[in-house]
Design a protein around this ligand. Sequence first.
Ligand code: SAM
Length: 439
Amino acid sequence: MDREAACEFKTIADVDRAVLRVLNDSENRELASELQLSAFEVPFFTGSPILRQLLVLKEFYRRSNAVDTFYIEQGQRNRAARTNDTSLLHFEAFEASFREINEATHQAFRRGHVHKFLDLGFAPGGFATWILRTNPEAHGVGISLSLKASGIQSQIDPRFRERFQECYDDVRRVAAGQVDSGIENLLHGKFDLIIANATIMLQEDAALWSDRIHLIYAQILVALQHITSGGSFVISLPMRPFDWVVDIIAVLQGPSFESITTVKPKFQARRSITYLVCQGFRAADREKGVLMDRLRVGIQYLENAGGPVNALSGGTAMLPRLSDVLTQTHMAEQQSFILGFLAPVWHQQYNAIHEHYQWMLEGGNRRQSSITMQASAADTATSWRRQQAPAVQPGGANSPNWRTRSTEPHGRAQRGRDEGSHHGGTGSGTEGSWRKGLH
Ligand SMILES: C[S@@+](CC[C@H](N)C(=O)[O-])C[C@H]1O[C@@H](n2cnc3c(N)ncnc32)[C@H](O)[C@@H]1O
């Protein structure tokens, strides 16, 4: 299948038929290879019908000209709009997203349940605003890149400034203990809620995979340093079962927190990220120390990592593991846990992309769109096609076999690699559109 084939779709029923045909006519491993999944992902792919369906649908969506035009035009509209308007729109969307996170976790953060919180990557401040509004006694500290570095302005109501300290620095420096005494003082004491939503400021196709993972490791390290016993941790992560993502889930799951759940807010329904909500921090000091040491070793590896993400002698395959389970006999158990854990968000992303694809094929593209139909600022940093090709780890499906697949079912798989091999595939980035100038 290629762009031309995707362009021939007139209705969503055409798309559904093509997806079915691909799924029925291919052997799972062959399809995984065409989609250029890493060896680590293959058992998840073969074990999950919804993941297979999602990845094939995404591939058609990615290759559709209508979709690409939509994201490019939406990006242009965002750039033409006044900075504050777009920024405010996203601030409100993040605020609503935290409300969804709260609702999906039996109101874990309702009034009186947050006392002191740390918000990593807080700007523009939607999450923090929801928490401060809902919890009138809560105090918080936020750390984000400066306006100059990120182009993202805090939109937090000055009335909250008394209860919320805004700091501007790089979380990776905080994790390395390189901050000034002002921030150090603010971080004194423990926090009962820590949020990690800092996402790389470079566009997806310009950011190194190692930088993305480094930022995520740094946020976990800071969280471990400052979370109180029984506290909660909310982190945005890619929802593909990449080796390093499964590794992170493994350490957060059993040993560190009493429960973890995954929430996918509507605002980011089509994006390949989800929020892990980890509750009841319970790691003993020794376990915590081991995990923090492993994170530091990982960061060191990532700082020196070059080359493609899927290199056998480098990449994420050689990234020192945080958990024990990935290297031991528990792997099968972990796989079955992950399949159940991520299936709901795979379903949600599938439904959201399907709905949007249908909407566009029916001409919705030319009509006024609602916030959930609009592309987020992140989406429109670049075209969906350019974002998604590298978002697949290790690469996108550029195999010539896709060209013929919708019409000639039994073609031989030929692997092709695209530029995705050099990038992170975290799916949580592409925040370049948050830059000044863009909105
Ligand atoms: C998706 S936005 C977060 C939105 C926020 N949760 C809200 O509720 O409004 C990502 C934020 O991460 C910040 N960021 C990106 N890289 C960072 C880094 N290395 N250190 C600190 N903040 C970072 C960006 O400046 C941006 O403010």
